[in-house]
Design a protein around this ligand. Structure first.
Ligand SMILES: Cc1cc2nc3c(=O)[nH]c(=O)nc-3n(C[C@H](O)[C@H](O)[C@H](O)COP(=O)(O)O)c2cc1C
Length: 263
């Protein structure tokens, strides 16, 4: 049950909240002054758009008023060119320096992912971050064993036996996104969060690479689940290696042209 409050002393009847609410929970009383839908408390998904968009701070949600929200700094907006460079020069990094990644930096990057979109604002994503060298090696060994037992890409386990890590590439950190299987779209929410983390990492001088093998192993192996401290009703849906890149990519490899159907 959400608590939406309108301060009519501040409201300027601009109808912005009426248009911005995804579920149209603000109704026009006729003169632009909003009144709440009778089931607003139950229907609200707490996306906060109403108080984030109101130019005069007339709305509060669950006791949180606009003045306590972080305000956008237009001077920090990236240029279209810098966004294009960040997005298109991001590469999957598979060679890392041994230098550990500071926990403070990892926590700051995960903070950014909290604002990534999730279905119906479900915010289903949880993280396990493995940054202990010993635990990363133990995890890699467990995943390699799982792959060997299930005849998945046998050369990966073979390489591991020969001291070559094709799974986690000796990365100093692994961020594992997991969610309750009962969430509306756990796989999509986790994938979006990991894609966001990857770009945030690149913007902060880190390299990253998706680790596709963790999810399957975590679903099947009790030892992997235990290492990742997964709640019983959670699955891993996406994982990302993180570390300082050993090499710099100064050229952008080509990709196939966009396939667009304009209708
Ligand atoms: C869902 C997903 C799973 C991936 N799994 C792995 C993986 O297990 N190991 C790996 O080295 N790269 C993995 N990648 C990275 C892709 O191989 C990489 O994104 C692709 O080759 C394109 O390279 P780029 O990211 O540098 O553009 C994965 C990427 C995605 C999106």
């Amino acid at each position: 049950m959400s608590r939406i409050e309108i301060d009519y002393a501040k409201c300027v009847k601009d109808r912005i909240c009426i248009r911005a609410c995804p579920y149209r929970l603000f109704l026009d009383s006729g003169d632009g002054s909003p009144i709440l839908h009778e089931n607003a408390g139950e229907l609200c998904i707490e996306c906060g758009h109403c108080l984030a968009v109101c130019p005069v701070g007339a709305i509060s949600l669950n006791g949180v008023a606009q003045e306590s929200l972080k305000e956008r700094a237009p001077s920090l907006d990236p240029s279209p060119e810098s966004v294009e460079q960040l997005f298109t020069f991001r590469r999957a990094i598979r060679a890392y320096k041994t230098k550990p990644v500071e926990r403070e930096l990892l926590a700051r990057l995960v903070e950014i992912t909290r604002y990534a979109p999730t279905a119906v604002n479900g915010q289903s994503v949880h993280w396990t971050i493995v940054d202990s060298k010993d635990e990363l090696r133990r995890l890699t060994g467990l995943v390699a064993a799982f792959m060997r037992e299930n005849n998945i890409m046998p050369m990966v386990a073979e390489a591991w036996d020969n001291g070559v890590d094709l799974l986690l590439r000796d990365a100093p950190a692994l961020a594992v996104a997991h969610a309750a299987t009962t969430a509306l779209t756990p796989q999509i929410d986790c994938a979006v969060a990991v894609a966001t983390l990857e770009l945030a990492a690149a913007a902060n001088g880190l390299g990253a690479c998706w680790a596709g093998s963790i999810a399957g192993a975590a679903q099947a192996s009790a030892a992997v689940r235990e290492l990742l401290q997964l709640p019983e009703d959670h699955n891993v849906y996406a994982s990302l290696m993180l570390g300082y890149p050993k090499f710099q990519y100064n050229w952008r490899p080509e990709r196939i042209p966009a396939r667009i159907t304009w209708v």
